[in-house]
Design a protein around this ligand. Structure first.
Ligand code: GDP
Ligand code: MG
Length: 439
């Protein structure tokens, strides 16, 4: 999929203006990409129409190829469609703030309740209470208790005999007494939507009047997720959506469709089973994921923000000609460090996650300090020409940097690999000097 898009982009490099034919071609690809990403058919149709209108006749920015330009528009629109970043949680005028978690069985309500409590405590300095209102399965109550224990967050439960409305009401009283300021109610789910479940949830809602109703949706379920979201929202008028299991191999289309169909903000994303793996939802990242192309544009933007233009140009030249030295490396490391966490950056490079070897590279910020020490222990000549390196020099560098010789060796090897990769990448991106079939 990404390959197809990239092919089309390639074909379009070197043009000064986006013409109608380009846009037609691009929008066909975008349409396929979206459908393949499991975006709702109707949403795709409306979307592509909008892109066409916007893209036709757009002047190409100097720094971007027409293909990239169209992709940029597509990405901007996709991001818009999924809403801005929305990780805010309501705060009640008089505590506790009540959050009701709803969703199908297995969507991740219980886990996410714990994650949310954890986040509220850690990031917002709140004191949450978890409430076990899923009374149909004893295991569900135990599960929430286990979560609470792991996090050291209190769990309110009354076993399976009480009814959820009473439990929640008592929990709120309890929270007031104990000066806890958030009450997170983990409700029951079913495998499918049914009237009884909805009836019960509606009743809880009417009685508690929660400040937030978060619909928890499993992103892996694709189009089903959209139907589920629609019915839950119709019945309960939810205040936000939390997408779980985005760490899995989902194509992300569900996110887009859910937002488009319900018009409710996606507030958080579950990125793993662990209780700290809940993140603010980033529409922009999701847009890239849907387009299957990595955060190319964010990378471009980030680079423009942080890297001095002239240096970037020089670097680009060097990457192309492969005359990249350890001095450049050091220089670049300084610049990269100002751009943010490395693994995040690496994730933005299209195809980087597919490159062999790179997948298993653990990026450890501490290691960077070591690398710097090693490079700084090299002489000027050695930095310019790593070919000079011999056993004696390596030992001297190891001593100077306080790192083992094996580490020096590894860095030298990695440096060569990196040079090779840069050469490939600068070829891949085409650019002004890249090969083109059609111009
Ligand atoms: P509930 O029935 O809605 O309460 O769902 P649970 O909280 O019991 O979660 C169902 C399963 O999904 C559990 O095995 C969770 O560990 C798993 N799960 C929940 N959220 C995530 C997530 O963001 N990523 C992954 N990989 N698994 C998740
Ligand atoms: Mg549960």
């Amino acid at each position: 999929l990404a390959d197809r898009l990239q092919q089309t982009i390639k074909k379009m490099t070197g043009k000064g203006k986006v013409n109608e034919q380009d846009v037609k071609e691009m929008s066909r690809e975008v349409r396929l990409a979206l459908l393949e990403a499991d975006v709702n058919f109707k949403v795709v149709k409306d979307f592509v129409k909008k892109i066409r209108e916007r893209a036709v006749g757009t002047e190409v920015m100097e720094s971007l190829t027409p293909g990239q330009q169209v992709i940029k528009i597509v990405k901007e629109e996709l991001t818009l469609l999924m809403g801005g970043e929305q990780s805010k949680i309501a705060v009640a005028n008089r505590p506790p703030t009540v959050i009701m978690m709803v969703g199908l069985q297995g969507a991740g309500k219980t886990t996410t309740s714990g994650k949310l409590a954890n986040l509220l405590r850690k990031k917002h300095n709140r004191k949450p209470l978890l409430v076990a209102a899923d009374v149909y399965r004893p295991a569900a109550i135990d599960q929430l208790k286990t979560v609470g224990k792991q996090l050291n967050i209190p769990v309110f439960d009354k076993g399976t005999e009480a009814n959820p409305v009473d439990i929640a009401n008592e929990a709120i009283e309890y929270a007031k007494q104990e000066h806890l300021d958030y009450v997170i109610v983990d409700t029951a789910g079913r495998l499918h939507i049914d009237e009884q479940l909805m009836g019960e949830l509606t009743q809880i809602k009417a009685d508690l009047n929660p400040d937030e109703i978060f619909l928890v949706v499993d992103a892996m379920t694709g189009q089903d997720a959209v139907n589920v979201a629609e019915s839950f929202d119709q019945q309960l008028n939810v205040t936000g959506v939390i997408l779980t299991k985005l760490d899995g191999d989902t194509r992300g289309g569900a996110a887009l469709s859910i937002r488009a169909v319900t018009d409710k903000p996606i507030k958080f994303a579950g990125m793993g089973e662990k209780l700290d793996e809940l993140e603010a939802f980033h529409p922009e990242r999701m847009a890239s994921r849907i387009l299957g192309m990595g955060d190319v544009l964010t990378l471009i933007e980030k680079a423009q923000e942080n890297i001095d233009e002239k240096k970037a140009k020089e670097l680009e030249e060097k990457m192309r000609s492969a005359s990249f030295t350890f001095d450049d490396f050091l220089d670049q490391m300084e610049q990269v460090k100002s751009m943010g966490p490395l693994d995040e950056l690496l994730g933005m490079i299209p195809g980087a996650n597919k490159m062999k070897g790179l997948k298993n590279v653990q990026i450890d910020e501490k290691q960077i300090v070591h690398v710097e020490a090693i490079v700084k222990s090299m002489t000027r000549q050695e930095r310019q020409d790593p070919g000079l390196m011999n056993a004696g020099r390596k030992r001297r560098i190891a001593k100077g940097s306080g790192r083992p010789v094996s580490e020096v060796n590894r860095l030298l090897k990695q440096f060569e690999e990196m040079k090779k990769m840069m050469k490939q990448m600068s070829g891949m991106q085409g650019g002004k000097k890249g090969k083109r079939k059609k111009g």
